[in-house]
Design a binder for this molecule. Structure first.
Ligand SMILES: [Zn+2]
Ligand SMILES: [Zn+2]
Length: 242
């Protein structure tokens, strides 16, 4: 029964790949899906130089919290020196985010890009991460988050991933006293003190946003399937005319 479900899932993936055209990035996909219950995934993009172990450690939690399979892309894009501000010796978060967006395949529900260097935006001294203004994904810098013992590093990275993905689902910052991962954390200590959970109000908004996104994606998929079918019919009609 389970293998049948898997087969159906792989068939769906195959159909999706056909529908969305031969995207190079898709061929590089490594399916690290533990709960293949939805054909659209949260994709993880790992830049060259990133420590992978703590990133892989947060996958089960992300799948649990967001209800999407999480897929790690095989590509390891290099860090482009063009993104760096030589005076600040930091990288422009927005440019990294734009570059990451170009690597992510079409059947992406959301993406998270992990970056090895320090990031900044505008006048801020640094940022742990940045979510995309149009909500498609986020970039997270490991630079300041990987101190202390391994377990702590993974928890910190996980909290930052929840926070940034929360933004992509329309969540705003929670008040400083809220027991919520959507609290602002400007220091590593503040990030460690923040619980890795969405308190009920944020959870409710998040669940609604996830529901909306899932139905939107399914509609998109159905529309694509239909236009592909129509295309085949038209071709058949044309060939029979000959
Ligand atoms: Zn934030
Ligand atoms: Zn909250």
């Amino acid at each position: 029964m389970q293998s049948r479900a898997l087969l159906i899932f792989y068939a769906l993936i195959a159909i999706l790949s056909l529908c969305s055209g031969a995207l190079a990035a898709q061929a590089q996909e490594k399916t690290a899906v533990s709960r293949p219950d939805f054909p659209f995934a949260i994709h993880i993009l790992i830049f060259e130089g990133v420590e992978e172990e703590p990133v892989l450690g947060i996958i089960p939690g992300l799948e649990r919290e967001f209800g999407f399979p999480v897929v790690v892309l095989d590509a390891r894009p290099a860090v482009d020196p063009e993104w760096k501000d030589p005076e600040r010796n930091q990288y422009q978060a927005l440019r990294v985010l734009e570059a990451a967006t170009a690597w992510v395949p079409e059947n992406s529900a959301r993406f998270l890009a992990f970056f090895p260097e320090d990031l900044y935006i505008g006048q801020m001294g640094f940022v742990f991460g940045l979510a995309h203004p149009d909500g498609r994904g986020a970039v997270i810098s490991q630079f300041r988050l990987l101190s202390g013992e391994k377990k702590r590093q993974t928890q910190r990275l996980y909290g930052e991933a929840l926070h940034e993905l929360g933004h992509t689902f329309g969540l705003e910052h929670c008040p400083a006293q809220a027991q919520c991962v959507m609290r602002v954390a400007r220091t590593v200590q503040a990030a460690d003190a923040r619980p890795n959970v969405f308190e009920p109000a944020c959870r409710q908004k998040l669940d609604a946003a996830i529901r909306d996104l899932k139905s939107e994606l399914i509609q998109k998929q159905t529309a694509k399937g239909k236009s592909a079918e129509t295309g085949v019919q038209e071709k058949e009609e044309k060939s029979s005319e000959k």
